[in-house]
Design a protein around this ligand. Structure first.
Ligand SMILES: [Zn+2]
Ligand SMILES: [Zn+2]
Length: 201
C-alpha cells in the first residue's frame, strides 16, 4: 500500500511504500527542533517540541515530482543529512551521510493524508518517543517503550545491510553520493536554532 507524499505547495510529490515503513516515532532531540526552526514553518513541532518521524527503508520513499526542489542541510559537518523541499520549506526526511546505512527518517509533515489515515496506517504518533530528555515540556515515556521502538527501528537497518539491498534511494545517486551538497550551518547558528532563535539568525 502506498501513501502519497506532498510538500505544502505541491511541487514536490512522492509516495511511501507502507511495507517499508517500520515504526513511527516522535523525536525530541535538539537538532530536530533546530531543523524545524530552520525551515520556519508553523506546526512542524508538537506542543513539547517533538517531530513526528517514520523510520523507513530508503527505497520505500519515492519522489515522483519536483526532485529539483529537493534541498539538503546539516547541523554540523558530520551531522545527519536533513532533506526538505526548498520551494516551501517542507521537511522531507533525515538520512545518514553514509548511503549504505539503510535508514530514512521520513518526516511525517510531508505525508499527504488525513491524520486519522496516518494513525491507522502507522500507529499513533506518541507511542514511541526518542530523546525525551530534550523535550520542551515533560513527556510521558517509559524506557521500555523506547527500547521496543529502537529494536523495531534498527532491526531492519541491520538486516538490510547484511542482505546488501539497494541503499540510499532517493536521496543518493548510484555511487552513494548525496543528491545535493548539504548546506552546513555554523555552530553559532545551530545553537541559536536549538535555543529557538529565528530562522535567519
Ligand atoms: Zn513546495
Ligand atoms: Zn531528532
Amino acid at each position: 500500500m502506498l501513501m502519497p507524499l506532498r510538500c505544502r505547495c505541491g511541487q514536490v510529490r512522492g509516495e511511501l511504500d507502507l511495507a517499508g515503513a517500520h515504526a513511527r516515532a516522535t523525536c525530541y532531540c535538539r537538532d530536530c527542533q533546530a531543523f524545524a526552526r530552520f525551515l520556519g514553518g508553523d506546526g512542524l513541532l508538537d506542543a513539547r517540541g517533538g517531530t513526528d518521524v517514520v523510520a523507513s527503508a530508503p527505497d520505500a520513499v519515492r519522489i515522483t515530482a519536483g526532485i529539483e526542489q529537493v534541498a539538503c542541510m546539516s547541523m554540523s559537518p558530520r551531522g545527519l543529512l536533513r532533506w526538505y523541499a526548498a520551494c516551501c520549506r517542507t521537511p522531507l526526511a533525515n538520512t545518514s551521510r553514509d548511503a549504505k546505512l539503510y535508514y530514512t527518517g521520513l518526516v511525517a509533515a510531508c505525508l499527504d493524508a488525513a491524520p486519522a489515515a496516518v494513525d491507522e496506517a502507522l500507529g499513533p504518533r506518541d507511542r514511541i518517543v526518542a530523546n525525551a530528555g530534550s523535550a520542551t515540556a515533560p513527556v510521558e515515556s517509559s524506557m521500555l517503550r523506547f527500547l521496543a521502538g529502537g529494536v523495531r527501528i534498527f532491526g531492519p537497518v541491520i538486516g538490510a545491510r547484511l542482505r546488501g539491498r539497494r541503499a540510499g534511494a532517493p536521496f543518493f545517486d548510484a555511487q552513494g553520493r548525496p543528491l545535493r551538497e548539504p548546506e552546513v550551518v555554523s555552530r553559532e547558528r545551530r545553537q541559536a536554532l536549538q535555543r529557538g532563535g529565528p530562522a535567519g539568525a
